[in-house]
Unconditional design. Structure first.
Length: 713
């Protein structure tokens, strides 16, 4: 039985309204699932609609199960028979009945991600390319993009215009497409594409399914892409009843194809659309909601609404400005521990960030303080492949260990196969040498040019290790090895950001411990990776904001709120559209918090954005009535110029350090007195007394200063 007393006025209207086309704009925490399930129960109980005439499309199996359980709780057996499923499950059902019309058998195969990679592995072998040069994810994204643009393999080859890398991807697409056809197999993208194609080609089949579902409901409508919307409209064609629920302000998956214009402009496709806004939030306090409202109101592509709550004003949003990433991490973890002492469980707290690389410092400080945590939907920083690769390169410089050698000898690809590695390992075991020593001493007779080049590169780093700072050494490793170029060529932006974050890490370590060596740094990292294995139930959640969609926590920390980081410099390059996407992401992040919301940032230099950081606009856009600023640094002005939808960011340039000139006498905390021989791009070449000799050091390094007049004897 439906309890209408549980609903507020807007929710009740959303449940009982009889319009043919209804758009529910459901703000964060406004009870949309309750409304959607009660709407279905209302149709069955009050309108005598047969359950099998009702279709509800969700975007996760978990959401489908939850809706079924709620309807069963309200109606018991009377609610049995509604078709509630993900859009892919619905397509499976349709194709299982009617795919024969497309000359496929009813028992067609659906391949998963592992199957897709196996097909690509076959394609790579036939074409003569490698996974290291063409990561599986990159090629699968290319194939999906071609399919959704309805570009077949022949057209894809034409559109490659002879560019070698695109040609190879088109060849992979050709092999992949033929292999799936030969197996009568579909991937997940095909499930939707084949269904819309089936309905276009055979109107009688479309009518059969459209007439079967009298009432169509769609959850998370803001995440629908164009092909999914086409399918929904095809299914709604017969009885013309469409009920959608979503929030344009939470459209954060446009990179997956979600199109915000679909929900915003629904009333253009269906002019009689009835729009009902759910703006009472049951999750958060008013200060949090008002802060989020004041940010999102700056977007143009939205349906106007303003969230409010009956949970009281609560505490103001806290903004903490810090001098460095490490001080930012220390502040966040200290607050987490204080809140835990005050009675909050760790599981009630989350740290959210725009990009995965931002978890690094937080993870280290949590581990140092024995606070257990989990990375929601991802890997811990030091467990990420690219980070482990670079650490293996650094280990080669100090230790020559076989595990590091095996990991990096063919990454990037150097045409060194498994048989070669096995042969080198056999010689090493026989002579009780390391694998590196085997190739250094020329004991393996084949591939000498490649292997000698590898040895020459590693020996150069070994020589430079005592001459330059650790961060400059890491820069050399990234450039000489070709690892940085490999990531740049493949457009692996997230992996590249993690590598740059490692640069920030080693730079910070050098500043904190100026007398440290590369081996000291590697030992420190080993301690973090070892202690990171602890697992308990009461843990702090760390996750990207995209992964946090749909979650809620008593306390939320949003870190890294600096221009170029959040909002992301990459997304800002897309112009107004990109900026609005980033602002929606901030809105989603802020509205995950129920009681306390902390926003933090630091003003140190970042290798990721290649500049000193300045405060994000997503802090300054919050009305002062809802936020308290702690230790706020003076704001640097930044202006935006929109030119043909490209944002040009004007930042104050980092001042050039003109303190040092050739011949200056300087003093280093560790190396003592020295003479500046050369300055280039902020890096000084300094001659120190025996036993240190000539070293390259950043002019801004805190351990370095110019000798004062009073210090001359």
């Amino acid at each position: 039985m439906i309890r209408y007393s549980d609903l507020n006025e807007n929710q009740k209207q959303a449940v009982i309204d009889d319009a043919n086309h209804i758009r529910i704009i459901a703000g964060a925490g406004s009870g949309k699932t309750r409304v959607l399930t009660m709407r279905i129960a209302y149709l069955i109980e009050k309108k005598n609609v047969r359950p099998y005439h009702i279709l509800a499309i969700t975007f996760t199996n978990k959401a489908a199960r939850e809706m079924k359980n709620r309807i069963n709780d309200m109606l018991g057996d009377d609610g049995t028979g509604c078709h509630i499923s993900t859009i892919h499950s619905l397509c499976m059902r349709i194709l299982s009945e009617d795919i024969v019309a497309l000359n496929y058998p009813k028992n067609f195969t659906v391949i998963d991600a592992d199957d897709q990679k196996q097909v690509l592995k076959e394609a790579y072998k036939q074409i003569g390319i490698s996974k290291s040069d063409y990561p599986y994810g990159t090629c699968l994204d290319y194939i999906a993009d071609m399919k959704y643009q309805h570009i077949d393999p022949v057209q894809a080859m034409t559109f490659s215009y002879g560019e070698p890398r695109i040609v190879n991807k088109a060849k992979v697409y050709e092999y992949y497409d033929k292999r799936l056809k030969d197996m009568y197999a579909l991937d997940f993208d095909d499930l939707i594409l084949f269904t819309t194609r089936l309905f276009k080609k055979f109107p009688n089949i479309k009518e059969k399914w459209s007439s079967r579902f009298h009432y169509i409901h769609v959850d998370e409508f803001q995440d629908v892409d164009k092909e999914q919307y086409l399918l929904i409209r095809q299914l709604a064609a017969c009885h013309d009843n469409l009920y959608v629920v979503g929030d344009p302000d939470q459209t954060i998956f446009t990179w997956r194809g979600a199109d915000i214009n679909i929900i915003v402009n629904m009333d253009k496709d269906y002019p009689d659309t009835k729009t009902i806004i759910l703006d009472q939030n049951y999750r958060s306090t008013n200060n949090i909601l008002s802060g989020a409202n004041s940010v999102i109101k700056n977007n143009l592509a939205r349906v106007e609404k303003r969230l409010y709550s009956k949970n009281g004003d609560g505490a103001k949003i806290i903004h903490k400005s810090c001098n460095s990433e490490i001080s930012e991490a220390n502040y966040v973890v200290n607050q987490i521990m204080k809140l835990h002492d005050d009675g909050y469980n760790y599981r009630d707290m989350a740290v959210l960030y725009r990009a995965n690389y931002l978890s690094r410092e937080i993870e280290k400080v949590l581990i140092d303080n024995r606070v257990h945590y989990v990375i929601y939907g991802g890997l811990r920083f030091y467990e990420r492949k690219e980070v482990k690769d670079i650490l293996a390169y650094l280990r080669m410089i100090t230790r020559n260990d076989d595990l590091a050698f095996i990991r990096i000898i063919n990454t990037p690809r150097r045409s060194i196969g498994t048989k070669t590695i096995d042969a080198i390992q056999a010689i090493a075991n026989e002579r009780n040498l390391s694998m590196y020593d085997v190739i250094k001493e020329g004991l393996y007779p084949k591939s000498k040019e490649v292997l000698n080049g590898f040895v020459k590169m590693v020996e150069k780093w070994k020589n430079d290790m005592n001459e330059i700072d650790l961060e400059l050494l890491l820069q050399e490793v990234l450039d000489d090895s070709g690892y940085r170029m490999m990531l740049e060529n493949e457009g692996e932006t997230e992996r590249l950001e993690n590598v740059k974050s490692l640069l920030d890490d080693i730079k910070q370590y050098s500043e904190d411990y100026p007398e440290s060596t590369l081996d000291d740094y590697l030992q420190m990292i080993a301690l973090y990776t070892d202690r990171a294995s602890m697992e308990v139930d009461d843990v702090v959640s760390l996750c990207t904001i995209h992964s946090a969609k749909g979650l809620e926590f008593e306390v939320v920390f949003v870190i890294g709120l600096s221009e170029g980081i959040f909002p992301s410099e990459r997304t800002l390059a897309e112009g107004q559209k990109g900026l609005e996407e980033e602002r929606r992401l901030a809105y989603v992040a802020y509205t995950r918090a129920k009681k306390l919301l902390y926003l933090t940032e630091s003003n140190s230099f970042s290798y990721v954005i290649q500049s000193s950081k300045i405060q994000s606009r997503f802090i300054s856009e919050i009305d002062d009535a809802y936020i308290d600023h702690i230790d706020e640094k003076p704001k640097e002005r930044h202006s935006l110029i929109f030119d043909d939808d490209i944002i040009i960011e004007r930042r104050k340039e980092k001042p050039v350090d003109n303190r040092y000139r050739n011949g200056d006498i300087v003093i280093h905390d560790t190396f003592g007195e020295g003479v500046v021989l050369k300055e280039e791009s902020g890096i000084l070449e300094i001659a120190f007394k025996h036993p240190y000799g000539i070293k390259k050091i950043l002019g801004s390094h805190p351990s370095l200063r110019k000798k004062k007049k009073e210090e001359y004897s």
